[in-house]
Design a binder for this molecule. Structure first.
Ligand code: PRX
Length: 634
């Protein structure tokens, strides 16, 4: 039995069912979940066309779905729109203009609030700043910033003028940042001097300077003064100085529905990350409909998605989704347990948060710190909870349900990906819940579990989680690499389905149980990081000849990395080198690439064609069956 089978069987043995409270189910935005599922199945295009009609368009579509060039699907073709028009412009003509759009809390407790009208002005101003620096429709703007309102302003301003943002998570190191700036050929980078975390000020500008020094396409670095650090400003401009003289009026660019909205890089099975492309029209329709139905956005809600804007979760459900839905989105810049493990509960209490959406890693960490912390705070404003990023184990689910939700808040376990743009498998406030299962596909989404031949497998059996019909917020391609798009997502198994790269099972009630990745991608604290990327960071160290990285289960973080390293001649594998290698990988990739241990070896298990068999390394490490090893060189 493999480690995977053991894990999923433990999850699927979970039989408890939790029905959502009647009051929540009866008043939900989704009127009838079962009927919506049926409608989505019978009339996919009609279902999504209705969702599109909830938004404003500058010009209507000729076709809802164009599948003539599949798998390069197009949605709402011929339509004109701009997501920023729907997220901001249209709201300021309504009473929403005075409503708080963003609540931002810094680690030192400083709170800033922006109404929709204020946010609109800031976005117009920064859009004019970008224009004055020569940014035009279609240009790429790189953004490397912590969880502060200026990141949202920079994203929205870029998009307002028809340019494309490429946000890089500000925890990435210089190597990872450089590769992303280069691939996107960004002309400008917007960053912050630093970020406050865990009582310290972390310098981000140094990392940016080192990356930019290797990226000649960057014409200017714009710096938000956030941490008050003394930074080198050669060929840089302060954000606040540029904003001082900028006009607060700026037209929103009329875009084609299929024009690129943003690029967001995600790790794959090669060392080079994939630039996932999302577009204006379909993305806004998918994100708006899923957020309103799953998290049931009501006028009085304060929505806290405790992710980072640098990941897709933040793009879709900190920035775009909440603003499209006209709700209040909360951004917290600091560490979740600073100055004490009650910080998150304190934020919920002080800001009367009604919906909390976070990751299993966070829940497990907070669970480990003890029940007394949530108990110290009044969490009664909470109405709904959410989970994302990795499978949630029933124990963590129960803790979250009882200690945070007071047994009255349904948990929306949402399965989705950078590539899907929106929730794909998810409950709604009307769905009976099973701890550990993301339940069923969202209405208008069809999923199956298939084997390597593309055939649906029996109930209870594991297989590839495949999406069998297109959906509006789907990625359109991989930036500058349409072949990789086709190969990675559509040709992995026959049948023309989208293959997610996840392994899952379906139970007798049609509920999906996602187990994890089927490829060489680790999930560390819910973050996707390719073993190939970590290996190439190792190999870029002068002492390393070859490296193989595998994921090792971790109770809190889900997984951490273990590296097997072959050294070059003349280098000794001692404790000092271990530390140096860890530091090197951290510098290249950032602190998210957690390498728990490093083992120096003389050889690595390889196939005859020279491919490292990480599966074998992992099985040996965990004491599991090595499976078929006939391809292995002795
Ligand atoms: O393995 C699945 C896991 O996260 C992967 C997508 O990672 P990323 O593109 O970084 O996006 C994360 C946030 C949307 C998936 O292939 N995953 C995400 N949500 C869940 C999950 N696994 C189980 N349950 C989930 N709810």
């Amino acid at each position: 039995m493999t480690e995977e089978t053991i894990k999923t069987e433990a999850l699927m043995s979970e039989k408890r069912v939790f029905n959502p409270p009647k009051k929540i189910a009866e008043n939900a935005n989704i009127v009838d979940w079962e009927a919506a599922l049926k409608r989505g199945e019978e009339d996919l295009e009609g279902f999504w066309e209705d969702a599109a009609k909830e938004l404003e368009w500058f010009g209507k579509w000729d076709k809802v779905l164009d599948d003539s060039g599949k798998p390069f699907y197009k949605w709402f073709t011929g339509a004109k729109c701009n997501i920023v028009h729907n997220a901001l412009d249209r709201h300021i003509k309504t009473p929403l203009k005075g409503k708080v759009a963003i609540i931002a809390e810094a680690e030192d407790g400083k709170v800033r609030k922006f109404t929709y009208a204020q946010l609109h002005k800031e976005v117009c101003k920064f859009a004019n700043v970008l224009k004055s620096l020569g940014i035009k429709k279609g240009d790429r703007v790189a953004i490397y910033m912590p969880n502060i309102p200026e990141i949202a302003i920079a994203m929205l301003a870029t998009v307002k003028i028809g340019a494309i943002h490429s946000v890089v998570f500000a925890g990435y190191g210089e190597g990872a940042l450089k590769i992303r700036i280069e691939d996107a050929e960004a002309k400008i980078i917007v960053c912050a001097d630093g970020v406050g975390r865990g009582g310290k000020k972390i310098n981000l500008k140094d990392t940016v300077d080192k990356a930019v020094a290797q990226c000649p396409a960057i014409k200017k670095t714009i710096v938000v003064k956030n941490a008050g650090l003394d930074v080198d400003m050669a060929n840089c401009a302060w954000y606040h100085e540029l904003m001082e003289t900028a006009s607060d009026k700026c037209e929103t660019e009329r875009m084609d529905s299929e024009d690129i909205l943003y690029i967001l890089y995600t790790s794959g099975t090669t060392g080079k990350p994939k630039g996932v492309i999302h577009v204006h029209g379909g993305y806004m329709v998918g994100v708006n409909r899923t957020l309103r139905w799953v998290f049931d956005i009501k006028p009085q809600d304060i929505f806290w998605c405790a992710a980072d804007p640098g990941w897709v979760t933040g793009h879709s459900y900190i920035v775009y989704g909440p603003l499209l839905a006209g709700t209040t989105t909360l951004m917290y810049e600091g560490h979740p347990t600073y100055p004490d493990p009650g910080r998150m509960w304190d934020i919920i209490e002080r800001h009367s948060v009604t919906i909390l959406y976070t990751a299993p890693t966070m829940i497990r960490m907070l669970m480990g710190l003890g029940d007394e912390w949530p108990k110290k705070h009044d969490l009664n404003t909470l109405r709904l909870l959410g989970s994302v990023g990795e499978p949630i184990n029933p124990e963590a689910w129960m803790w979250y349900y009882k200690n945070v939700g007071g047994e009255r808040c349904p948990i929306m376990d949402t399965w989705w990906q950078t590539e899907t743009g929106m929730f794909m498998l998810t409950p709604t406030p009307q769905t009976p819940l099973k701890p550990g299962s993301a339940t069923k596909p969202f209405p208008g989404v069809q999923a199956k579990i298939v084997d390597n031949d593309g055939k649906e497998v029996e109930t209870g059996k594991g297989g590839h989680l495949a999406i069998t019909t297109p959906w509006p917020a789907m990625l359109r391609t991989v930036y500058k690499n349409p072949e990789r798009y086709k190969k990675t997502y559509w040709q992995e198994v026959p049948g023309g389905m989208y293959i997610s790269g996840d392994i899952a099972r379906k139970d007798e009630d049609g509920y999906f149980w996602v187990q994890g990745r089927s490829d060489d991608v680790l999930k560390i604290a819910g973050h996707r990081i390719g073993t190939a990327e970590i290996e190439s960071a190792f190999v870029s160290h002068k002492a390393v000849a070859e490296a193989a990285v595998i994921g090792i289960p971790d109770e809190v973080k889900g997984e951490t990395g273990k590296a097997f390293v072959i050294l070059k001649k003349g280098f000794a594998g001692n404790a000092e080198l271990v530390e140096d290698l860890k530091k090197h990988v951290r510098k290249e990739l950032g602190p998210l690439a957690i390498i728990d241990s490093i083992k120096f070896v003389g050889s690595l298990p390889k196939t005859r064609s020279g491919k490292i068999m990480r599966r074998v390394l992992k099985a040996r490490e965990l004491g599991l069956d090595e499976g078929d090893t006939s391809a292995l060189v002795d």
